[in-house]
Write a new protein. Sequence first.
Length: 260
Amino acid sequence: MLNRIEESEIFNTMVDYYDEYRPGYPREIINAVIDRAKLTAGSSILEIGCGSGKATLQFAGHGFELLGLDPGADLIKKGRTRINDKNIELVTSRFEDYPLQPDYFDAVISAQAFHWLPKPYCYELCAAALKSGGWLMPFWNIELIDETVFDNELFAIIDTYNAYISTMKTEDYHKKRVASIADEIIRSGFFAQPEVIQVYWEKTYTADEYFGYCMTGNVFIQNPKEMKRLCYNELAALAAKHNGIKRRYVCELYAAKSLK
C-alpha cells in the first residue's frame, strides 16, 4: 500500500492529462484571494502544490511575486513552458523540505493540493512563512454527486472501474468537509476563523474529456489498459445517451488570517 508521499508523486506520471483535463478555477475565487489578502503589484505569494500551473497561470500578469513548489519535476517543467511571467518562479520541491524565508509572504495559496500536506505541521510552516497579518488561502474544486438518474448511471461506471477523483463528494458530505477543514484551521492555533467562500459552476464534458479527467485520478491511472478501455467505452455510451457528461462543481476557498 502506498503512503501519502508515494500517492502524491503519482501525479507526476499524468502530466499531460492533468494539464489538459483538470479544470481551472472560477474567476470569482481568484478575485477573492486577491481582494481578501489585499494583493497588489509586488505582493508575494507562496503556492503549495502548483503542479503544472493550472491555478498559477490565473495569478500571472498582476505583478505578484509568486513562488510555486511541487514535488513533480515533470509537472514543474510543464508549468515553466506555459507561464511567461518573470515574477513567477516554479521549483521542484516538497513544501515541507524547502528552506523558506520566514515572515516573507503576503499569502500562501494551495489549489487542489493542501490535503496532501502533513497535518498539523503544515500550519506551523505556513504561519512561519507569512508576514504578520498574512493569509492562508487553500481552495478546491469539489465535483458534487447528486441523486439523479444520470449521476447514478455515471457513478455506477466510476465505481466499477475505481475511477474516483478524491474530490468527488455528495452535497451532505461536502457540508461536513467544509466544517471539518474550517475547524482544523482554527485548531492549529496559527490562524483566525476562516471565511469560506463558495462558487458553484457547471461543465459539460465529451466522453474523451471526462475520460481524460478520470485519468487524473491517482488510483485509476494505475489500472490495466483493458480496464481503462472498458471504462472509456461505457463513458462514451453514456455521453451519447445524454448528449455529453454534465457535471456540477463547487469551488471552495478558505481565507484565514494569520494570528501573529
